[in-house]
Design a protein around this ligand. Structure first.
Ligand code: CA
Length: 228
């Protein structure tokens, strides 16, 4: 892990958040605080944290909802901060993919021990990284034929997916139309190679335009190249 581990404290009770922040920083962690649920969700998916401490009762979006939504796209470790003896919260939190929980009122030593435990396990156990290809804000998951642009699922046809996968997997190399045809369409194409251009235009409008990024470049007289 590079630098200090960054801990995101999502807690609307200012005093609790502040105590956690002081103690965590004393222990050598970087911290950030958010008290609003909806903003917390946005920050978790946009920024990079090593561990999220997530309160359950929050304004605008509660901790359970945040946990559920974050798990759709991220495996960032989450420790729920649950009310004392609220067994339902604990079970729900773990069901939704939280890694651990501490019950209020907690000591910061306890929270720190949980954080260290998670960080240690993450470093020791080689994680079963899912096969994925990335260019800018676009992530492809070849095993499940899924594409996400800035976290949002994009609907592509099988052929569009194969084309995008071929381009991204070979970035930043230039691929000729013939190479693309043979690889993606799988036969010696005798007719017009325009079909490649047409499918490239589909990808541009379905994926790139959606997030205002440009990675698929036309190389005049040659073909296409995908670049970061
Ligand atoms: Ca709260």
């Amino acid at each position: 892990m590079e630098g200090k581990p960054k801990i995101f404290i999502v807690e609307d009770e200012r005093q609790i958040a502040r105590f956690l922040q002081i103690d965590l920083e004393k222990e050598g962690f970087d911290t950030a605080i958010e008290k609003n649920g909806r903003r917390a969700y946005e920050r978790i998916i946009q920024e990079k944290y090593d561990v999220v401490l997530l309160d359950v009762m929050l304004p605008d979006m509660d901790g359970m909802e945040i946990c559920r939504r974050v798990r759709e796209i991220s495996d960032v470790p989450i420790i729920m901060l649950t009310a004392r003896d609220n067994v339902k919260d604990k079970v729900n939190g773990l069901d939704l993919g939280a890694n651990d929980y501490v019950t209020k009122p907690f000591s910061t030593e306890e929270v720190i021990a949980r954080i260290r435990g998670i960080l240690r396990r993450r470093n020791e156990v080689p994680r079963n990284e899912e096969n994925r290809l990335v260019v800018g804000g676009i992530i492809l998951y070849p095993d499940r034929y899924e594409v996400r642009a800035n976290g949002e699922l994009v609907e592509l046809t099988h052929r569009e997916f194969e084309l995008l996968q071929y381009l991204v997997a070979n970035k930043p190399n230039v691929l000729t139309r013939d190479q693309i045809l043979q690889k993606v369409w799988g036969y010696d194409f005798l007719g017009n190679t325009n079909v490649v251009d047409v499918y490239i235009s589909y990808l541009r409008s379905k994926v790139e335009d959606k997030i205002n990024e440009k990675h698929i470049h036309t190389i005049r007289g040659v073909g296409y190249a995908c670049r970061d």
